[in-house]
Design a protein around this ligand. Structure first.
Ligand SMILES: *[C@@H]1O[C@H](CO)[C@@H](O)[C@H](O)[C@H]1NC(C)=O
Ligand SMILES: *[C@@H]1O[C@H](CO)[C@@H](O)[C@H](O)[C@H]1NC(C)=O
Ligand SMILES: *[C@@H]1O[C@H](CO)[C@@H](O)[C@H](O)[C@H]1NC(C)=O
Ligand SMILES: *[C@@H]1O[C@H](CO)[C@@H](O)[C@H](O)[C@H]1NC(C)=O
Ligand SMILES: *[C@@H]1O[C@H](CO)[C@@H](O)[C@H](O)[C@H]1NC(C)=O
Ligand SMILES: *[C@@H]1O[C@H](CO)[C@@H](O)[C@H](O)[C@H]1NC(C)=O
Ligand SMILES: *[C@@H]1O[C@H](CO)[C@@H](O)[C@H](O)[C@H]1NC(C)=O
Ligand SMILES: *[C@@H]1O[C@H](CO)[C@@H](O)[C@H](O)[C@H]1NC(C)=O
Ligand SMILES: *[C@@H]1O[C@H](CO)[C@@H](O)[C@H](O)[C@H]1NC(C)=O
Ligand SMILES: [Zn+2]
Length: 513
């Protein structure tokens, strides 16, 4: 590819510096805003009709297509940069381009380092010892004496000179695992053991964070329990010499991937509705609920919408790299110009909408449940979905609007957002079982981030309900944003600002400190 941003569609006219700069020609004064003779003769999108065009067969068929992509390659997943994910991206581009020029389809490339998996062993004083591994650890078979690091190892001066050529033994706490691993290496250590600071039987695991880190490279790094760590520290302080061998073989690769972005060729661009889902899976499985369901849900709506005219431009964002920290959606928001950001009137996110033990959860835009409100308009978006579920005769609940999916970069810059979600790894409560059926005490998706996240384990009834909800919200906002309050200021994201979700790890993601 020629550049970071690639215009894939033959239709893209103004060859501007950014593929996402607003097109200049002809939009503006209400309808017809930016003209398209063909689309202007289509009927205005109708909510009931658009909902009716969403079928279980099409959703299952699309999901099967994604599963087939994953299973066509030995990895059997749709991890970014792999065959299964590349085929997903190509399928999205070709499907969206096959709709008689209704959309301008663009792709946006980026690269990131991915931790795919690891095997490891630890011998301490010759004894085979249980340990955990940190994502993005360096590989290596390293041997040395254990050297206890002072304090919490968050300052280079905590590392004694004797750590050089040896293994640093460090407590968890205060700063990121990644910083401890780097500081160990900067001090000459050949490996690092980080022990927990809270009691428990499970050896410490987590992520060192996506490299490169400005402070330097990682060393082979494994995790221990608090009991293991305190016993070793006690032995060392009584003068015992303890030899250790860490043998770590981690598959850490630099991968290139693409967002796919499709925008209607008519409708007012200065009040664009953006709908998003992520196209990638983790390494452990094919990711058909997470987030094949959101991908296929919004794709089906995109296909059906092409029969209609819209007042407001509608854009579909198929984000990549969500599982690595919402990379694609952050890249997209950061690549927008000031007017590009201003033009997005609302963002709707769909990440897991067919969980086998589902709940019907709406992002808590009004803060009524989790006391975290979104930008002005987010409450009204939540209320639109509430009205949809009420009309469908279904119960609904709220899910924390805390930035743990691809809506994070949008709310960070002040774009109102919302959407629906059927649950991930969290255990269904008795109250939720009353509201939604299913089984209390069991995760809402037992296959979350696992090999069982397949077509067979989708809840097709929930899938159809939520996909029709996408259709209802698209029909509403493609017609008018009158129900939203006036916009508040949209700002640029501070480049030094690390999102809450990145700091804390989103749903099920590994801890960093
Ligand atoms: C969109 O642009 C048109 C034409 O420039 C303008 O009349 C309209 O007020 C704009 N709408 C918004 C929400 O900025
Ligand atoms: C999906 O439907 C299309 C057309 O109806 C068909 O050609 C295709 O084989 C189906 N795909 C799957 C995976 O069932
Ligand atoms: C997937 O696409 C990326 C870039 O678009 C490329 O670097 C990578 O080699 C492809 N992977 C496979 C398995 O073809
Ligand atoms: C207008 O839309 C039609 C079909 O929807 C498409 O074929 C045509 O290329 C579009 N024209 C422009 C200028 O976007
Ligand atoms: C060390 O212990 C693990 C887990 O009990 C076992 O799988 C592995 O084979 C052992 N390695 C050696 C060399 O004994
Ligand atoms: C790793 O290093 C240890 C200690 O030097 C050695 O005994 C062992 O054979 C090595 N393992 C491999 C797979 O190279
Ligand atoms: C990953 O590969 C891309 C494309 O080749 C390159 O631009 C980037 O610098 C690489 N990143 C790292 C961390 O090596
Ligand atoms: C809600 O959050 C605000 C500001 O973050 C805080 O001042 C207020 O006390 C919180 N309310 C409740 C009920 O937790
Ligand atoms: C909604 O929840 C109530 C319990 O509060 C339950 O009786 C009812 O069956 C639920 N409705 C549906 C459609 O599941
Ligand atoms: Zn997801």
């Amino acid at each position: 590819m020629k550049s970071a941003i690639v215009v894939a569609a033959a239709l893209a006219t103004s060859a501007s510096a950014s593929a996402f700069a607003p097109r200049q020609s002809g939009f503006g004064h209400g309808y017809p805003p930016h003209g398209n003779e063909t689309s202007n003769h289509k009927p205005l999108v109708d909510s009931k009709a658009l909902q009716a065009s969403i079928t279980a067969d099409a959703l299952v068929n699309g999901s099967q297509t994604l599963l087939d992509f994953a299973y066509s390659f030995p990895d059997r997943n749709r991890l970014i940069g792999g065959g299964g994910h590349n085929a997903t991206v190509e399928y999205l581009v070709s499907t969206l381009e096959s709709l008689d020029g209704y959309y301008t389809v663009e792709t946006q490339a980026f690269s990131t380092v991915v931790h795919i998996g690891a095997t490891w062993s630890l011998f301490i004083g010759g004894a085979n010892t249980s340990s955990g591994v940190f994502d993005y650890t360096a590989s290596g078979n390293v041997t040395g004496n254990l050297v206890a690091v002072a304090n919490l190892g968050c300052d280079l001066s905590d590392y004694p000179s004797t750590v050089a050529g040896n293994i640093a033994l460090i407590s968890r706490g205060t700063c990121q695992f990644g910083l401890k691993s780097v500081y160990a290496g900067n001090s000459g250590a050949v490996g690092a053991l980080i022990y927990d600071n809270i009691p428990g039987d499970d050896t410490l695991t987590g992520t060192l964070g996506v490299p490169p880190r400005p402070e330097g490279p990682y060393v082979p790094t494994l995790g221990l329990t608090l009991d293991q760590g305190t016993a070793l520290v006690a032995s060392l302080s009584s003068g015992t010499i303890i030899n250790a061998n860490l043998n770590v073989d981690a598959q850490v690769e630099n991968r290139t991937t693409h967002n796919v972005i499709a925008t209607t060729n008519h409708g007012a661009l200065n009040t664009t509705l953006l709908i998003g889902a992520h196209t990638d899976s983790v390494a452990a499985g094919p990711g058909i609920n997470d987030d094949g369901s959101g991908t296929i849900g919004i794709l089906e709506v995109a296909k059906q919408l092409a029969k209609y005219r819209v007042n407001n431009a509608v854009r579909f964002g198929f984000w990549s790299g969500e599982e690595e920290g919402e990379l694609g959606s952050y890249l997209y928001v950061d690549s927008l110009s000031a007017s590009g950001r201003e033009n997005i009137r609302a963002y709707l996110n769909f990440d897991m909408i067919a969980s086998p033990n589902y709940i019907h959860a709406l992002y808590d835009g009004d803060g009524s449940t989790f006391n975290q409100t979104g930008p002005a308009g987010s409450a009204e978006i939540e209320h639109l979905f509430e009205a949809y579920f009420t009309a469908a005769g279904e119960n609904f609940t709220a899910t924390a609007f805390d930035g743990r999916s691809d809506y994070a970069p949008f709310i960070e810059v002040g774009i109102p957002a919302g959407g629906s979600f059927t649950g991930a790894e969290q255990i269904k409560t008795a109250e939720e079982a009353e509201l939604f059926g299913g089984t209390a005490g069991v995760p809402t998706d037992v296959n979350y981030h696992g090999p069982g996240d397949t077509v067979d384990n989708l809840a097709v009834d929930a899938f159809v309900l939520h996909a029709k909800g996408i259709a209802a919200s698209v029909a509403e906002y493609a017609t008018t944003f009158a129900s939203l309050p006036p916009k508040t200021a949209v700002k640029k994201r501070r480049s030094d600002e690390m999102s809450r979700s990145r700091k804390e790890g989103r749903k099920g993601r590994k801890v960093m400190m």
